[in-house]
Every structure is written in C-alpha cells, then in structure tokens.
Design a protein around this ligand. Structure first.
Ligand SMILES: Cc1ncc(COP(=O)(O)O)c(C=O)c1O
Length: 374
C-alpha cells in the first residue's frame, strides 16, 4: 500500500469515527473540519463544500508568488495591497467607506450575528448555518421560516414573522442548501419592507453563478442610501479562493462604522496580504470567473439530467450545488458515499431525506453518478 493510500484510509476512518461522536458530515451548518481535511489529492472526491474545483486565476497565483518575499510585512506596510478596498469599491460602484473586508464571509456572518443580537432573528429553514447558529449560541431567538414547496424562500411568511423585537433578517440568495433563487424584483421589495423594521442581511455568496437579469445585486439598495441593508460577498466561490479567506460586507458607511467599532480583528490586520493580492488579481481576470461559470453549468446540467433519468427530482439549481430528495434511501447517505470516497452532505428534513452535492468537474460528477447508480 502506498503512503497516499494509507493516508486516505486513515482519513476515511477518522471521518467515520467522527460520525459516531456527533461530528457529522450530514451537518449543513458551515464548514466542517472533515470536509476541509479531504481533497482529491487523497483519492477522495470532495463534493461537500461548494468549492470551485477549477482553482484560482493564474494571475492570482502569480500575485501570491510575487508577494511572498514581502510576507514578513504587515499588509498596511505593503504598497501593493493598500489599494484593495479602493479597487473593490470601484468594482462594485461604491466607496471604500461602504466596505468591511473580513477573512472569509463566514467571519462577516459571525460579526453580524453578534452585532444584531437583541430580540430575534428572522431567517429561513433550511438555510446556510453560520449566522443563525451563532445567533442561537449567544441567546438570540431565531425564527426559522420554512421554505415553500418549491424550496424557495417564502418572502410573505418571512415578512409576517418580523415583529418589534426583530433586530435582523438574514436571507441567502441564491439559497444554500437548495440552490434556488427569488427574483430581484421580489427580493428588492422584500428588503425594502424588512429594512423598515430590522437590519436586513442578504448573503450573495453564489450570485456570480447567475445570469442576467437574476444576477442583480441588492447592493443597489445600499447605493440608494438604505442604512438597514447589508450585502455579504465572498471570494470563495466564483473566484475559487476558499482557502485564502477573503469576504466582505457592503453597507451604508454609517452601518460599516458601527460594525467596525465592534470588530475586534480589524481588517487591516486579519486578512492575509497574500490573499488580498490574489483577490486583487482575480478581480482583474473576469475570464477566469467566466470559464468557471461555464464549466460549472455544463457539469450541473449533466448531473441534473442524469439524476432525473435515474428517477430523482433535483431542485432546479442556479448555483454550484444540487439539492435532491433521496426518496426512500434507507441509510445515512453521506456516510455511505464517504465509504465510496465521495464527500457530500445529506440531511433529514420534515419532508424526507435530502442530499446536497456540490458541482465538481465533469469527471467528478461522472464518478458521483457511477456510485449513485450502484
Ligand atoms: C451562503 C454562504 N455564505 C457564506 C459562506 C461562507 O463562505 P466563506 O467564509 O468561505 O466566504 C458559504 C460557504 O459555503 C455559503 O454557502
């Protein structure tokens, strides 16, 4: 047995052991340690974390290589990275005062949960877990509004759930784990209403996978001067920089000031200079993102079509992951697929068992389909 095989078996055993101690691959809440540990370099296909399998832009790689000899400096002492906020602001048509850069958008979500912690939070279920889970941990009441039958946000019910005690509304569009969207017009009117009563946080982690007109961002509401809208973005998805940890918040400058005052790890320190340089280069390489989007779409279409042929009914996905009901699958799907060297997520919902599988490369999706056929 080669050392790589040894390592793979060891990792798999650790994963299976971890399932028994409540450290579940089935969790949809944030990243789990196991999924981070595994990669195709160990012969495992990682379809668990909605990463971009095509790697970072060539310019971003070069930027890291170019800056490595300055890595002994704090980023505020490196002229090349001092311009990041300005470049990011120009890209999105806002000012640097509209931005708070964080080490990954997960950190932004944690910050929002801590900052708007009074009373209750209104969100959907299921949804991306970081913000609601942090809120629960620190004692905020979380009102979880079920998605509708189509697995789309029920905006009316969410609006009705907002009361005088609501300090924040969190909505993820496109939605995780389902991959569905609401139209920009519907979301805008929802955000306008919700923001009259509470801070309204819109997580747009996957928006770059959408085509026009669905890819219209709620940043437009921030630009209108609305102080109660926060848009959360990440470089982890279309920019393929999950391991480099760059995310950001776009909001009214007063909202950013208030959030920054409560932010211990001021972003002048907590985002790596190498990551900033990579993000700067990636912003300047729209072709790389375009290519990722095209390849993702091809692999997603193949997977959805094949799942349909196999009798599954995947939820229409606008993202780089697919959510589908496992019908009467008898066991723990994520655990069983791990035994076949494929990492994905499965969960039990009130209407049955579901799988969330990330869209990997076409070859990876063919391997996934091969296993599911068995
Ligand atoms: C909807 C959503 N928001 C935020 C994140 C966090 O991403 P990151 O912390 O890598 O920016 C994820 C990660 O999967 C996500 O799915």
């Amino acid at each position: 047995m080669t050392s790589q095989l040894h390592r793979r078996e060891w990792l798999k055993q650790s994963a299976l052991a971890a399932l028994g101690v409540g450290f579940s691959l089935r969790s949809l809440a944030g990243e789990d340690q196991l999924a981070r540990e595994f990669g195709s370099e160990h012969g495992l296909i990682n379809l668990g974390s909605n990463e971009n399998p095509y790697g970072i832009a060539p310019g971003a790689k070069q930027a890291i290589a170019d800056l490595i000899s300055s890595a002994h400096r704090y980023q505020y002492n490196i002229p090349g990275v001092q311009t990041f906020k300005k470049e990011l602001a120009d890209y999105y048509g806002v000012t640097p005062e509209h931005l708070l850069v964080t080490p990954g958008s997960g950190e932004a979500l944690n910050l929002l949960a801590r900052h708007y912690s009074k009373g209750n939070l209104v969100t959907a279920t299921p949804t991306f877990g970081i913000l609601p889970n942090t809120a629960k941990k620190i004692g905020t009441t979380v009102k979880e509004i079920p998605l509708d039958k189509e697995k789309v946000h029920d905006l009316d019910l969410m609006l009705k759930a907002i009361d005088n005690e609501t300090s924040q509304v969190y909505i993820c569009n496109p939605a995780n784990p389902t991959g569905t969207i609401v139209s920009p017009a519907a979301l805008k009117s929802f955000c306008r209403e919700a923001s009259k009563k509470a801070m309204t946080s819109v997580d747009e982690a996957y928006i770059d996978f959408l085509d026009a007109p669905n890819n219209e961002s709620m940043i437009s509401l921030v630009k209108e001067g609305n102080r109660n809208i926060v848009v959360i973005r990440t470089f982890s998805k279309i920019h393929a920089m999950a391991g480099l940890r760059v995310g950001f918040i776009i909001a009214h400058p007063e909202t950013i000031q208030s959030l920054s005052a409560n932010y211990f790890g001021n972003s002048n320190f907590c985002v790596s200079a190498l990551s900033i340089a990579a993000a700067q280069a990636s912003l300047k390489d729209p072709n790389h993102s375009k290519l990722s989007k095209q390849k993702n779409e091809a692999a997603r279409n193949y997977t959805i079509k094949t799942l349909q042929e196999l009798g599954y009914n995947p939820v229409p996905s606008y993202t780089n992951f697919i959510y589908f009901n496992l019908k009467d699958y008898p066991g723990d799907f994520a655990k069983d697929m791990l035994a076949k060297n494929i990492i994905l997520r499965s969960s039990e919902q009130p209407d049955g068992k579901y799988c969330r599988v990330s869209v990997g490369t076409l070859d990876e999706m063919k391997s996934f389909i091969k296993e599911i056929k068995k």
